[in-house]
Design a binder for this molecule. Structure first.
Ligand code: 4AD
Ligand code: MG
Length: 430
């Protein structure tokens, strides 16, 4: 009977066949331990010399790393492994013998591993990170579907720039100029006026010359947009959504979190409500902490965000940033017109901003004024202004960066390990 490593738990004490690869092995004169992987998981296969044919035992001892195989044997309980079971191998059929697999169990440098990303994905740690990424994707669809949102797909090729003009990837669109989308938000606002609560989930591009552990050139963003929601309503959705992501990974990725040696106690603390601190109070706090380099009106850097995050166990919302350091579309704060109704959600443990969101300007005249102040081409925003002309309503939305969320929840240091084929400054291969 053919099965997979993951499903083998349903075949205890039965003989099964699994198609997989040899991840690693060790052997002595009498026994060989094969570390097998098949995409669904990693499992030990035990080959005992006295219980198999001489040919099979010799084969087991000589199989090379990453050769593809069919292995047949009985699934037995193994309380010492994370998986809980292993295979007593009876026979092995080699499908394809691999020679000189470049990634050996020794330590390789990051650049070497990144050059071999197409193979590095097979490693136990990288496999665990991608499974957690997949769970976060699944839980995202679950959350928004269960809460009455409609998925709408904004275009990738666009004529306008939602998040400032400096970080755009330029391309030709026949005879016109076009840009790769840096955010679907403006289109999602149009969609919210048609469907009420909407979300997008797609690739976004930033030609940012940043080489940090938090920056990718191409990343995936989830962008919900909600008609009739004010800023406070939006923060509640955000904290519920992020809590759902963490809970889903804790419940459904136990083996992967163990593989990654993630401190799950820290994740288990994540629950609503998340703390909120205004930008003003954050500046005061940073000054008290000895940061002399920050003045009111400046954006926070990674060290500032980390200092604020370290003050809390939970993700923290920094609210009401100064108008002049945020994009053109944010609704002014009625209590202080130098600031806007926005928040960045900062993850714990130094992972930085995972969400940026705001209430949007719904007044036509103010939106026109902002577009002028930011020296944007009013004509390409004409459709966006229409939303303020025909039945404008208060509305809010946010964007969560998938890879940053995966980095934090998995506990991997750098976002490059959270994307299957990361696009980084100076890296477009493989
Ligand atoms: O804060 P950002 O730029 O916000 C927007 O794009 C809004 N239009 C979203 C909205 O309100 N609909 O980006 C949102 C999130 C950030 O918090 C971060 O998690 C992620 O996208 N992000 C990046 N992730 C990886 N690499 C980069 N270069 C990123 N830039 C932003
Ligand atoms: Mg931001």
């Amino acid at each position: 009977m053919k099965t997979t490593i993951k499903e083998a738990k349903n075949h205890l004490n039965q003989e099964v066949t699994i198609g997989g690869w040899l991840h690693n092995k060790r052997s002595s004169g009498k026994i060989a331990f094969l570390q097998l992987r098949d995409g669904t998981g990693f499992m030990q296969g035990v080959v005992v010399k006295a219980e198999v044919s001489e040919d099979t035992f010799q084969l087991a001892k000589n199989i090379t790393q990453e050769s593809s195989l069919f292995v047949t044997g009985e699934i037995t309980e193994d309380t010492r492994s994370d998986l809980g079971y292993e295979m007593q191998v009876k026979s092995i059929e080699v499908i394809d013998e691999a020679h000189d697999y470049p990634i050996t169990p020794k330590n390789h440098g990051t650049e070497f591993l990144m050059d071999h990303r197409h193979l590095w994905l097979r490693s136990k740690k990288q496999h665990a990170v991608m499974k957690i990424r997949n769970e976060i994707i699944r839980a995202t669809y679950e959350f928004f579907n269960d809460n009455g949102f409609t998925k709408i797909d904004p275009p990738i090729l666009t004529a306008s720039a939602p998040e400032g003009t400096s970080e755009l990837f330029h391309t030709k669109y026949f005879d016109e100029d076009a840009f790769l989308s840096q955010s679907g938000q403006l289109y999602m606002e149009a969609a919210a006026m048609a469907h009420g609560k909407v979300f997008s989930f797609g690739p976004t591009f930033r030609a940012e010359k940043s080489k940090t552990r938090r920056h990718l050139i191409e990343f995936w963003m989830i962008e919900p947009e909600m008609a009739f929601y004010n800023h406070a309503d939006s923060l509640e959705v955000q904290e519920q959504y992020v809590t759902h992501l963490v809970q889903s990974v804790l419940n459904n990725c136990k083996i992967e979190l163990k593989t990654l040696e993630r401190d799950t106690e820290k994740l288990a603390k994540v629950a609503t409500p998340f703390p909120r601190i205004t930008y003003d109070d954050a500046v005061t706090f940073l000054k008290e902490e000895g940061f002399d380099d920050i003045e009111w009106g400046e954006d926070f850097g990674a060290p500032h965000e980390t200092a604020i995050a370290n003050h809390y166990d939970l993700p923290v919302f920094i609210t009401n940033y100064p108008t002049k350091i945020k994009p053109f579309y944010m609704q002014p704060n009625p209590d202080n017109e130098d600031t806007v109704l926005c928040a960045d959600l900062i993850a714990p443990e130094g992972y930085g901003e995972i969400i940026g969101g705001s209430e949007r300007i719904n007044d036509l005249a103010l939106m026109e004024q902002r577009i002028n102040e930011h020296e944007l081409d009013a004509e390409s925003y004409s459709y966006y202004l229409d939303l303020r002309k025909y039945g404008s309503v208060p509305h809010s939305g946010f964007g969560l960066g998938l890879e940053r969320a995966v980095a934090w929840i998995s506990g991997v240091e750098h976002v490059r390990e959270t994307s299957p084929f990361p696009r980084l400054l100076n890296r477009l291969y493989p």
